[in-house]
Design a protein around this ligand. Structure first.
Ligand code: SAH
Length: 213
């Protein structure tokens, strides 16, 4: 076996051992090469289960956290999904394998541009990447079947709750930006919203407004 194949096998093993067991999520993560989304110096660490730096002072999330969040989101093939925090585009790429359409919103234009280049090179045609302040959601495409937020707010942003379809699921980290946050799963019911706390996590903060670059 080549060294790359061996690294990829260890990558999948790490996902399973951290609780990513949904076969659809595992197969999407097997298909999407994280190496496409990590640049320069850090590229050789793409298959480690660790967050890594990307442009604009942001990070690509830890693969097992991507897997656990995707699994909690329970995405179906007819779903329209909104992601807040495109970053490298890796999470959006995984979602694109499971959903009908993915909208992903990022406040740094440069990250949107770079993620779009990767999506184009891999011919992913069901992802729309936009630069905007994701804390307002994407009202023109609402409602969404699923919403995933990959940056931490103190509370679930009201516009995102409002843009979730009844029966829909939103997964997001909440809590003080530099302390440990909680990953929560919000389900919209006819009567309101149900909240379930999943696990402690650590994400970059959700920042209002567009970035400088
Ligand atoms: N999902 C990403 C990880 C992103 S890190 C991946 O797979 O690589 C979180 C991202 O959220 C950062 O790129 C940050 O710029 C972005 N972000 C923070 N606040 C935001 C906001 N209000 N709207 C849109 N994006 C935001």
């Amino acid at each position: 076996m080549t060294e790359l194949a061996e690294r990829k096998m260890r990558f999948l093993y790490a996902l399973r051992s951290k609780g990513v067991t949904d076969p659809r999520v595992l197969s999407a993560m097997e298909r999407i090469d994280r190496g496409h989304f990590v640049k320069g110096l850090f590229a050789e660490r793409a298959y480690e289960d660790t967050p890594l730096p990307i442009a604009c002072g942001q990070t690509i999330s830890q693969p097992s956290v991507v897997g656990l969040m995707t699994q909690a989101l329970d995405v179906g093939p007819r779903d329209k999904v909104l992601e807040i925090g495109t970053g490298s585009g890796y999470q959006a790429a995984i979602l694109s394998q499971l959903a009908r359409r993915v909208y992903t919103v990022e406040r740094h234009r440069r990250l949107v541009r770079e993620a779009q280049e990767v999506f184009d090179s891999l011919a992913f045609t069901n992802i729309t990447a936009l630069s905007a302040d994701g804390s307002r959601g994407l009202p023109e495409q609402a409602p969404f079947d699923r919403i995933i937020v990959t940056a931490a707010a103190e509370d679930p942003p009201g516009p995102l709750l409002a843009q979730l379809r009844e029966g829909g699921i939103m997964v997001l980290p909440v809590g003080q930006s530099d302390a440990v946050q909680s990953l929560i799963k919000v389900t919209r019911t006819a009567a309101g919203y149900d909240y379930e706390e999943l696990r402690p996590v650590r994400f970059v903060p959700l920042v209002e407004g567009l970035g400088q670059d």
